[in-house]
Design a protein around this ligand. Structure first.
Ligand code: PLP
Length: 392
């Protein structure tokens, strides 16, 4: 179905930061399939784990147990704890980001026992494309063709505590669903005290704080989860994208008291939590820990951000770790990314005037410098020349 535009390139192979097309042409991948392939393409540890698991046991359904689900759930729980003193949560495994959020939305309704059902999310957010997650998504143009939308969703301006405070006055609110940094919305970083204030409001009004870390999670921003930079404790955290380094797997983590609202029969998934996907997740998380991807993302991100600030037409750089956007002084992001692709670099025009980058967390300094050189030439060719001063 024609749900995407014609692809500008087709790839047949990848290795680390590199992608190759059918002609053997090499590209630097600085978007990693939208923040998915965080360990780089065809990472040997993940590839071996998937191959070995495929030869051993791929799937039994959730009518039966498998040994990987509890193990990966415990690792996720430990990473979410990350020094905040919180632990002992529980995990539901899904196959995508939208499904991880769908679990969170259903859990919020179940947790209130049916009395409250509204979920408050932010303008400009992105939470997925299923009907419920599309409705939580704060982008009316994406929703427009699909009305009537499910009931029970309210939007407030992002990074605005007063607006959220007011929305939480409604007695029907069950929870708040927010990205700690808006990825699809343009890599929008809220004020450093925003999430803490949201936490305080949710606690005061007995609403769940649900954080969508589908894009920001698992080392991408220089922390296991972006919320950890603010030192707060969410009630629910969703993740997907990088969890399987390319194998489709998502997860919804919740504090044990919240997770306890679900009983047998309340939610499910045929594929969710199957051994094949979780073998990829287990291997991915093990490599991420061994390689200190959080520390690496911080160091590499600082170098990339510094280099971006010097490029033509770049007025500012926002984001954290290796989730960055270069803000341009003109709406030329599409032309610049097309030129970059022609010259062997994948980046993404997240807004008409902003270019998003999410390279592998193991990216080398040489690769960063090579990508900056390609982007320098691409931007130089498309940004309007600065007015010259003086003259003859
Ligand atoms: N939430 C966020 C923050 C995302 O960035 C995305 C995808 O870009 C999703 C949810 C949806 O994930 P998926 O496309 O795996 O359903």
């Amino acid at each position: 179905m024609r749900t995407y535009a014609e692809p500008p390139a087709t790839f047949v192979r990848g290795q680390g930061t590199l992608l190759f097309d059918a002609d053997g042409r090499e590209y630097l991948d600085f978007i990693t399939g939208l923040a998915v392939v965080s360990l780089g393409h065809a990472h040997p540890a993940v590839a071996d784990a998937v191959a070995e698991q495929a030869r051993t046991l791929s799937h039994v359904s959730n009518l039966y147990g498998n040994t990987l689900a509890p193990e990966v759930a415990r690792t996720i729980d430990r990473l979410i704890n990350g020094g905040t003193g919180q632990a002992g949560g529980q995990v539901f495994f899904a196959n995508s980001g939208a499904e991880a959020n769908e679990c969170a939305l259903k859990l919020a309704r179940r947790w209130t026992g049916g009395g409250r059902h509204v979920v408050v999310s932010a303008d400009n957010s992105f939470h997925g494309r299923t009907l419920a997650t599309l409705t939580a998504t704060g982008q009316p143009e994406k929703q427009a063709p699909f009305h009537p939308l499910p009931e029970g969703f309210v939007h407030v301006p992002y990074d605005n505590v007063a607006a959220l405070d007011e929305a939480l006055d409604a007695e029907t609110v069950a929870g708040v669903l927010l990205e700690p940094m808006q990825g699809e919305g343009g890599v929008m970083v809220p004020s450093s005290d925003y999430l803490g204030a949201v936490r305080a409001l949710c606690t005061e009004r007995n609403a769940l704080l649900m954080l969508d870390e589908i894009q920001t999670g698992l080392g991408r921003t220089g922390h296991w989860f972006a919320f950890q930079a603010q030192g707060l404790e969410p009630d629910v955290v969703t993740m997907a994208k990088a969890l399987g380094n390319g194998m489709p797997v998502g997860a919804c983590w919740a504090r044990a008291e919240v997770a306890a609202a679900f009983g047998p029969g309340d939610h499910g998934s045929t594929f969710g939590g199957q051994p094949l996907a979780l073998a990829a997740a287990r291997a991915t998380l093990a490599v991420m820990e061994a390689e200190d991807v959080c520390g690496r993302a911080r160091v590499a991100g600082a170098r990339l951000a510094q280099g971006l600030r010097r490029l033509p037409g770049v007025v500012s750089v926002r984001g954290a770790g290796l989730l960055l956007a270069a803000q341009l002084d003109a709406p030329v992001a599409k032309e610049a990314t097309a030129r970059a692709l022609e010259n062997g670099l994948l980046v993404n025009a997240v807004l008409p005037d902003a270019i998003r980058m999410a390279p592998p967390l193991l990216v080398s300094t040489e690769e960063i410098d090579a990508a900056l050189a390609i982007l320098d030439a691409a931007l130089g060719a498309v940004v309007p020349a600065a007015p010259t001063t003086g003259g003859e």
